[in-house]
Design a protein around this ligand. Structure first.
Ligand SMILES: Nc1ncnc2c1ncn2[C@@H]1O[C@H](COP(=O)(O)OP(=O)(O)OP(=O)(O)O)[C@@H](O)[C@H]1O
Length: 570
């Protein structure tokens, strides 16, 4: 098992290498197509030289027709190669997004840490930027490699014209660099203001009830206008500078073309160039300049694409799989909280300090404490959502955070303080948005006393929730969340303030479900802000959390006190 796990992690680190290997034939084809395509670009200048300089001398219509046919064929072939090449790049980008999109969503969502450095959306945005660079701009950077070849072509025709073309290219590169530095700051400021304005609307939309109840729409819209005004101002500043440099580059291109013709005709008048050579030089110089101008114009896309590639590559190379092998005894072992200390990142005071206790299978622990005493924090630590600063939370000898995801899903049930249901059917919600045996789902719903409510919905268990048309009451939603927490009959069930906002019937249902699971051998943790005699009657152990000082006292509720389990900690 451990050997196979090792192999898996090696493969994971190899993902980038494998992706390059899988893409190698596509890349080679794109390079070969580019070579042919750019060689075919020389056909038009050669055609002009022959048609202007040779055909009039020979007066051969056959030669003219033949040359024209060959030139047309070359142009059509070039267009076909260009279309195929761009399509291949588009498909390559799509392939990358398909291959890695789900992987990043999975990784982002399965990170068990409050200090998770990257949001899923950030990773997906980077993947999108990489795809967008490959599909749209990469072709410009492939082509710009050929620009020196075109300058060399002009140089062969006339060193003077070659030097003019080269000078224009350096000028356009300089203009590109100036454009980049002149627009960097306003772009950054505009992006920041746009994100803030977007957040204001998104945040307000989620809290529309409060907004309506307090008639806050006018204040919120004023805040949005102020923030968005900054964004519009900065964007306009960036766009004005961008437009100035783009138009200057375009104008420089026109000047180059006119310059090549003007100087070329002067050389013709001097007798050192033919007219065909002048026009051929103008076309070759035009290609070279356009390649550089287009590449300079997509400089930002290259930078974004490269940054996205480096960042995604680094993500792929981190082996996030810290799960360990488990043995069969783990499923029947006690929950052990061993010298557990925790403080949130960036905070100086500890929420919990050196807490130790053991919860055997079939035991119920009731945690009581005032607001902010750490009940939710301890619940999250118990299910492995948070990483202890010191100490461990274990099932037997395996740290809960290190349980493999499939085992964790099977062995741990969690009812958070705030009910979170997902957009989907009731059935999917109970089955954690996966596929599950319907009998088990119904059994869990019955145990949570929500079955009758669910069969009364328009499409029963297949009713979509999270839609505006179906609104379940808070306690109904909580009972669905309870059904989700218990439908796998977890080994450890953690209920964070389960009785809050519940009516008597729902509370009875909750207690009955807990009592059944307890009898079946689950270890159960229930938190409560105020003492409830009903939970107390069922409890085997108590833990009383004592406010921000993290002073703890543990008292067994049944039988004689188990002193070995008591820890009084400062
Ligand atoms: N993500 C977080 N970052 C920093 N501090 C936090 C975070 N979550 C909670 N805290 C702090 O940790 C302490 C314990 O919070 P916790 O939510 O665990 O308490 P609680 O007992 O569940 O409170 P309540 O009964 O009000 O829900 C509080 O002081 C809280 O401000």
């Amino acid at each position: 098992m451990s050997r196979s796990r090792k192999r898996l992690s090696v493969e994971k680190n190899d993902v980038v290498h494998l992706a390059w290997r899988a893409s190698s034939w596509g890349i080679i084809s794109i390079i070969v197509f580019s070579i042919f395509l750019n060689l075919l670009r020389f056909v038009t200048p050669l055609y002009i030289i022959h048609v202007f300089d040779r055909v009039p001398a020979s007066r051969s219509v056959e030669t003219l027709v033949l040359l024209t046919m060959m030139a047309l064929l070359a142009i059509i072939t070039g267009v076909a190669l260009d279309v195929v090449r761009k399509r291949m790049l588009g498909l390559w980008g799509k392939w990358i997004e398909e291959q890695f999109g789900q992987f990043f969503v999975y990784r982002g969502l399965s990170e068990k840490s409050v200090s998770q450095p990257r949001s899923v959306q950030e990773l997906l945005d980077e993947l999108y930027r990489l795809r967008s660079f490959i599909a749209r701009s990469a072709v410009r950077w492939i082509d710009v490699i050929w620009a020196p070849l075109f300058v060399w072509g002009v140089y062969l025709i006339s060193p003077l014209l070659g030097s003019i073309t080269l000078a224009a290219m350096f000028l356009v590169i300089a203009l590109g660099l100036l454009q980049e530095s002149a627009t960097r700051e306003p772009r950054r400021a505009s992006r920041k203001a746009a994100a803030e304005a977007g957040d204001i609307v998104l945040n307000a939309e989620r809290k529309y009830e409060t907004i309506s109840a307090f008639s806050m729409a006018s204040n919120i819209s004023t805040r949005w206008r102020q923030t968005t005004a900054a964004h519009l101002h900065e964007r306009e500043r960036a766009e004005a500078r961008y437009t100035f440099y783009r138009l200057t580059m375009r104008g420089l291109g026109e000047c180059l073309r006119i310059g090549l013709i003007g100087v070329g005709v002067w050389l013709f008048l001097q007798g050192s160039l033919t007219l065909g050579a002048v026009f051929a030089a103008r076309i070759l110089g035009g290609y070279g300049y356009r390649y550089v101008e287009r590449a300079v114009g997509s400089w930002r896309s290259l930078k974004d694409g490269m940054a996205a590639y480096r960042s995604l590559k680094a993500q792929l190379e981190i082996d996030h799989d810290n799960s360990v092998s488990i043995h069969s005894a783990t499923s029947s072992s006690a929950l052990v909280i061993d010298q557990l200390s925790f403080r949130y990142p960036g905070q100086t005071s500890y929420v919990l300090r050196r807490l130790s206790l053991t919860l055997n299978p079939g035991e119920l622990l009731v945690i009581t404490g005032g607001a902010g005493s750490g009940k939710t924090t301890l619940s999250r630590l118990a299910v492995g959502l948070l990483e202890p600063r010191y100490g461990q939370v274990r099932l037997g000898d395996v740290e809960v955070r290190r349980l493999p995801p499939d085992v964790q899903m099977r062995m741990i049930g969690y009812l958070p303080q705030h009910t979170e249901l997902f957009r989907g059917t009731v059935r999917e919600n109970i089955a954690c948005m996966g596929d599950a045996d319907f009998d088990n789902i119904v059994r869990a719903a019955k145990l949570a006393s929500i079955h009758e409510v669910l069969v009364g919905l328009p499409q029963g268990y297949d009713t979509l929730i999270g839609e505006e048309t179906i609104t379940l009451s808070g306690s109904e939603q909580k009972r669905i969340a309870l059904a989700r927490a218990i439908y796998r009959r977890p080994r450890l069930l953690v209920l964070d303030e389960p009785a809050a906002n519940l009516d008597r019937r729902s509370r009875n249902a909750m207690e009955a479900a807990v009592s059944e699971l307890k009898a079946a051998g689950s270890s159960i943790i229930v938190t409560q802000a105020t003492k409830s005699s009903r939970w107390n009657a069922m409890a085997d152990k108590f833990l009383i959390l004592g406010g921000r000082t993290a002073e703890l006292s543990v008292a067994p509720s049944k039988g004689s006190p188990k002193v070995s389990e008591l820890r009084r900690v400062k």
